[in-house]
Each structure stands twice: as structure tokens, then as C-alpha cells.
Design a protein around this ligand. Structure first.
Ligand SMILES: [Zn+2]
Ligand SMILES: [Zn+2]
Length: 322
């Protein structure tokens, strides 16, 4: 009996060792496996897909907008105080712009800023006070040198977070991609349109937003109807969205990767009739694109020609989204 116990312990420690080894094989986020030329690196807005389920955007029925609003075309000499005083009649707010703390500039260096309102109601009031010119919302602000300058206001509508082609068809994790580096102006249905045009029918698109302000992070999950579209999209990896003046102010390079879910079962155990086992690894190599438990990872990657495949380790944390 003692011997048996030792055997079991030994097996367990072997599994742990192997698991550790596999984890060491995982390529860090900063070093992609593929030989991408340096200049092909996605811009800073690209975020790595986290092993997680696409967020369920549960909107409060009364909230229509994110509390964060883009304002563009500001006078060059308007400072934080000037921005705040131009908009505070709608409610209390903070003005922010990229790298505000680091660059220590008094003025938004690129002529745009974000208004972070305390209440969503303020955004509704601001939108009402704007003049609608085509699709653009216009407002007027003054600075020490320019009075009454027209600026563009761009609120984010929460209804633009999701696009669903058919609510009766569930989203298939094996056909879902992660898209990074997206212009934050694109709605879910626009993302779906672009991806459909490129790869085939999209049945779901969800814009990732930050949980506090509910403003787009520049990433999305996109589910295709067909597995071939999913594979084609991942094969492309990078795609350049051409500027159209209104939505993309410059060409934008977006990155496409498999969306890794954290609640999947091993694909191999299922098909080999071993029942279901939770998957701890995902192989994002185009020839695999499958979820594996540790045993199956080792079995399936024993072949010398695919031994180099690098696993994505899945931390199983959340429950399935609904
Ligand atoms: Zn398995
Ligand atoms: Zn593989």
C-alpha cells in the first residue's frame, strides 16, 4: 500500500513538473512566435486577449451613454481649467487626455481630450445642447486667443457595444476571434460589417469596454458563422483598415487572434471518447487551434513536426457568460 501511495505521489509530481515545463514554453506577450518584422508590431492600443469569456454587456435600462466623451478640434491654448469651465454647466467632470501626467502639458497636445462626467445624465444634456451636422455633433468653446470655436463632441452609445445577427444561435467559442487595435469610434455592427466583408458572415461582435466608464478599449470579440472564416481571419493576423475620414482618421492596423475562453473542455478527450476534461491549454498554431488538457497536449504534440507549438495557458476562473 505504501508503495502505491508513493507511486501516486510520484505521478502527481510528474504531472506538476510537466505542467511547469509547458508553462515555461509559453511565449511571453512581448515576443510573438511568428517572425513579424519589427515595424509590423501593432500599435500601443493593441491589447493581448485575456483568457476570458466575452463580457456580457448588461446595460442598465436608463443608461444610454458612456460617461466618457471625446472632444476634438479644441483651440491650441485651452487648458484643463478652460475645458472644465466650458462643460461644467452639464455637471461635474474631469478633463483627461493621453499621457496627461507624463507630458505635463497645460494643453491637450493633439487638440483632443476626454470629458469624464460624474453622471451619465450630463452626457445626455451635452448631446441635447449640441448642433447636429450630418453625423457630427458640434459644440462651441472659447480659449484666451479664440472665442466661440466649433469643436466635435463624440459620445459613446452603449447600444453600439453589441451586434447579434440571430439571438437564437449561440456563439461558438471555436469560431470566435479577438480583434485588437480597433479605432474606438467603431460600433459593434460596423466591426461586424468589416469582418463579414473580409472573411464571411459574422454572427456576433462585442466591443470590449472598461467596466467603470464603459468606454471602448479598442478591442472586440467577433464570432463567425463558419469555422473556415475563423481560420481565414486568424491566418491573416493583421489587417489594415483604410481611413474613411469620419470613422478612421488614419489607416489603422488591427490584429486578429483566436479568442481564448477559460471554460472549455479538451477537444481531444471528447472526440476520443474519454469523456470531458477541462482544458488548461490552447494551441493557437493555425494547424491546431484547439483546446487540450495536459495529457492530450503531450500526446497530440509528440510528433516532431509540431513539437514546437507553444501553448497558451488557461487560468480557469470565470463561469460561462450567458
Ligand atoms: Zn484531453
Ligand atoms: Zn498545436
Amino acid at each position: 500500500m505504501e508503495g502505491d501511495g508513493e507511486g501516486v505521489n510520484k505521478q502527481e509530481s510528474n504531472v506538476e513538473e510537466l505542467e511547469e515545463k509547458l508553462c515555461q514554453l509559453i511565449v511571453s506577450d512581448e515576443a510573438p512566435v511568428e517572425d513579424e518584422p519589427q515595424d509590423a508590431a501593432p500599435d500601443a492600443a493593441v491589447q493581448e486577449p485575456e483568457a476570458s469569456s466575452p463580457p456580457a454587456h448588461q446595460e442598465l435600462p436608463t443608461q444610454r451613454y458612456s460617461r466618457k466623451v471625446f472632444v476634438g478640434g479644441l483651440p491650441p491654448d485651452i487648458d484643463e481649467e478652460g475645458i472644465i469651465s466650458s462643460f461644467q454647466r452639464f455637471g461635474s467632470l474631469v478633463a483627461d487626455w493621453p499621457y496627461k501626467a507624463q507630458c505635463r502639458s497645460y494643453f491637450p497636445p493633439k487638440g483632443y481630450a476626454f470629458l469624464l462626467f460624474e453622471n451619465e445624465k450630463s452626457v445626455e444634456e451635452l448631446v441635447k445642447a449640441c448642433v447636429k451636422d450630418d453625423e457630427r455633433l458640434q459644440f462651441w468653446v472659447s480659449s484666451p486667443s479664440i472665442s466661440h470655436k466649433s469643436v466635435q463632441i463624440r459620445p459613446w452609445k452603449l447600444s453600439d457595444n453589441d451586434y447579434v445577427l440571430d439571438r437564437t444561435v449561440p456563439v461558438d467559442p471555436r469560431k470566435t476571434v479577438f480583434v485588437g487595435g480597433l479605432p474606438r469610434t467603431l460600433s459593434a455592427s460596423e466591426v461586424a460589417q468589416i469582418m463579414s466583408r473580409l472573411y464571411g458572415t459574422v454572427c456576433y461582435a462585442g466591443i470590449d469596454t472598461d467596466p467603470e466608464l464603459r468606454y471602448p478599449k479598442g478591442t472586440a470579440s467577433v464570432a463567425f458563422s463558419d469555422r473556415n472564416s475563423y481560420i481565414e481571419a486568424i491566418k491573416t493576423r493583421f489587417v489594415t483598415l483604410r481611413q474613411d475620414g469620419r470613422k478612421c482618421t488614419s489607416d489603422k492596423r488591427v490584429e486578429i487572434k483566436p479568442y481564448i475562453w477559460d471554460d472549455q473542455n479538451c477537444d481531444n478527450c471528447l472526440t476520443s471518447g474519454y469523456g470531458t476534461k477541462p482544458a488548461h491549454f490552447f494551441c493557437s498554431n493555425i494547424s491546431c487551434l484547439r483546446y487540450y488538457c495536459l495529457d492530450c497536449w503531450l500526446v497530440m504534440h509528440a510528433r516532431p513536426d509540431i513539437k514546437f507549438h507553444s501553448p497558451d495557458y488557461i487560468r480557469r476562473m470565470s463561469t460561462r457568460w450567458s
